[in-house]
Ligand binder design. Structure first.
Ligand SMILES: NC(=O)c1ccc[n+]([C@@H]2O[C@H](COP(=O)([O-])OP(=O)(O)OC[C@H]3O[C@@H](n4cnc5c(N)ncnc54)[C@H](O)[C@@H]3O)[C@@H](O)[C@H]2O)c1
Length: 150
């Protein structure tokens, strides 16, 4: 089976749980992390042996090895980051909530409906802190919004 190159946007509290568990997923290759706060992405990259780190979402989205973006930014940024990733032709795995306002949510769903042919988006409803949580799943191909977790 091929692997998806994963780029993590947002290196805050919950990223530590994700970064600890991600090596257990054979379908994912953790290639880069990004955060707008000084030194945060660099530190996470060093701690977890991640090849590249960036100080902006845009820089991570320009990395051709990133196929899938794991959006771990605060809720206010979810829609903006997810839409930018879709427009860059990446798959998106979005932390809950989907967006912070109804209008942002509508814009994001409209974006999901017009992704590039091969991209797709997933909104997380699981709990990465629980050992039996579903965790990241392979994304659906061909565009559209998929959900998992409970
Ligand atoms: N903390 C938890 O236990 C927990 C649990 C489940 C889900 N979540 C969800 O995960 C998401 C992140 O939560 P957190 O607690 O890690 O938040 P956090 O505030 O600790 O971390 C968010 C990080 O995103 C970075 N960031 C903000 N805007 C950015 C941008 N445009 N580009 C790149 N980086 C950016 C911030 O600098 C920060 O380091 C939230 O949506 C939250 O609801 C958190």
């Amino acid at each position: 089976m091929g692997t998806l190159g994963l780029g993590v946007v947002g290196c805050g509290t919950i990223s530590k749980t994700y970064l600890k568990r991600l090596p257990g997923f054979d379908v994912l290759r953790l290639v880069a992390v990004a955060d707008v706060r000084d030194g945060v992405a660099e530190k996470q990259a060093a701690e977890h042996g991640i090849p590249r780190w960036y100080d902006s979402t845009e820089a991570l989205l320009a990395d051709p090895d990133v196929d899938l973006v794991l959006n771990l930014t605060p809720p206010l940024m979810h829609a903006e980051v997810a839409l930018a990733a879709l427009r860059a032709g990446k798959h998106v795995y979005n932390e809950k909530p989907l967006a912070a306002t109804l209008e942002q949510g509508r814009q994001l769903v409209a974006g999901f409906r017009r992704p590039p042919e091969s991209s797709a988006a997933v909104e997380d409803h699981g709990d990465p802190g629980k050992p039996d949580a579903p965790g990241p799943q392979p994304v659906r191909r061909g565009g559209g919004l998929a959900e998992h977790g409970g």
